[in-house]
Design a protein around this ligand. Structure first.
Ligand code: FEO
Length: 399
């Protein structure tokens, strides 16, 4: 049974929610599910904007069939070849044998790689600068390389001012019947999952996101239709402002994120005491135990906060594994322009501080506050003064 919604009278959302997925891309927890969006334009030509993940293919095909209302599907327009959107292309071309595929040359190569089918007679290559008339609607194309794969190409319907933004402006979380961002209190309910989605999926590619934002600034955009999450039809500027911050690695807040890795609680104790001292000085603190909180949540807060404290014990002559993984994750996402403080622990040879700095050494515009605090097993008598000094230095920097 179909489950569709109208974006506009002739533009129908034909996607689906997946609430059974435990890890998106096998790594990002999605406790509130995820949506795979696809849109069908009913003009003189019918054009389907992307397909969906295999997990929801049945609902998707029922939706497409219903929305077509007995018409032929003339074109599939691909904006991104990642299988959460393109997995179902193989089934689609079998079900709709006359459908033509609008895509760019990089997508054509990937179609061959994924589907091993001869699609040469069915491909219509388009590129940035081209326009394509569907009848009343005219589409143009905007290259968006690395947002978040190299082949990504957004499209813009100048007739109704609709930007099909691919992965950009998406979020984790099922739609749950809503389609438009203004059908919920977006900035209270969903900004966190939008931040976690952006920072983990495209956070590495800030300069490329900035380039696309510059190109899109010349368009008269009335609707934004991403491949995950809500369609925007009003108040998009506030969300765009977040993208400007995230993609330029500008902190959203003057605040401290403390992430700690502690085996028996002594490193945690030092982190807790520092948090208290910061709070007493009027500094906002966000805190994560790296053994409990998924790395994607901590990466997200690392993009959010201006100051980061990493506290970890030494383990097997290295950094405790959950902190080591987190720091490699942060380094892989190219986080920049942060003030960092380090707390290390080690009962006989504390080296985690030096090693944590080494993992982060490739990041740009990083400044360290203080030389770091070293625990030998546990905070020693009189060592509280070192945490006071660190809290003073961080608070002075923030306030
Ligand atoms: Fe939602 Fe990059 O795929």
């Amino acid at each position: 049974m179909h489950c569709t919604r109208k974006v506009l009278n002739d533009l129908i959302w034909v996607g689906a929610d997946d609430r059974r997925l435990s890890c998106f891309e096998g790594v990002y927890s999605v406790p509130e599910g995820v949506s795979y969006n696809s849109y069908l334009l009913l003009d003189e030509k019918t054009v389907l904007f992307d397909t969906v993940d295999k997990a929801v293919y049945q609902t998707f095909f029922e939706n497409v069939e219903f929305a077509l209302g007995g018409r032929e599907l003339d074109y599939l327009l691909i904006s991104h070849m990642e299988p959460d959107h393109a997995y179902t292309v193989g089934d689609l071309i079998l079900r709709y044998p006359n459908v033509k595929i609008l895509c760019n040359a990089k997508m054509q190569t990937m179609l061959g790689q994924f589907f091993h089918a001869d699609l040469s007679g069915r491909i219509v290559l388009v590129k940035e600068g081209d326009s394509f008339s569907c009848g009343r609607h005219v589409l143009s194309f905007i290259n968006a390389p690395m947002v978040h794969w190299p082949e990504v190409m957004m499209s813009y319907d100048s007739t109704d001012g609709v930007l099909f933004s691919a992965d950009a402006f998406g979020l984790f979380g099922a739609l749950n019947g809503r389609l438009f961002a203004d059908e919920s209190d977006f900035f209270t309910e969903h900004l966190g999952e939008a931040r976690r989605y952006y920072t983990n999926i495209v956070g590495k590619y800030g300069p490329q996101v900035q380039n696309v934002l510059k190109k899109a600034a010349n368009l008269d955009i009335k609707y934004v239709c991403p491949l995950h999450g809500f369609v925007w039809r009003r108040d998009f500027g506030a969300f765009l402002d977040k993208y400007r911050l995230w993609s330029s690695y500008t902190p959203e807040e003057k605040s401290v994120m403390i992430a700690y890795a502690s085996v028996y609680g002594h490193t945690e104790n030092a982190a807790n005491i520092l948090a208290v001292k910061l709070a007493e000085r009027g500094v906002r603190v966000r805190m994560h135990d790296t053994s409990v909180v998924p790395a994607s949540n901590i990466v997200s807060d690392a993009f959010r906060c201006s100051h980061l404290v990493f506290a970890a014990t030494t383990y097997n002559n290295g950094v405790f594994v959950t902190m080591e993984n987190l720091l490699h994750d942060i380094a892989a996402h190219n986080l920049q322009d942060r003030r960092i403080a380090i707390i290390e622990n080690g009962s006989w040879a504390p080296t985690s501080g030096k090693l944590m700095r080494e993992i982060l050494s490739g990041l740009k515009k990083i400044e360290y506050i203080g030389d770091g605090v070293t625990l030998k097993s546990a905070l020693a008598a009189g060592q509280e003064a070192e945490l006071d000094a660190l809290a003073d230095a961080i608070a002075a920097d923030i306030l």
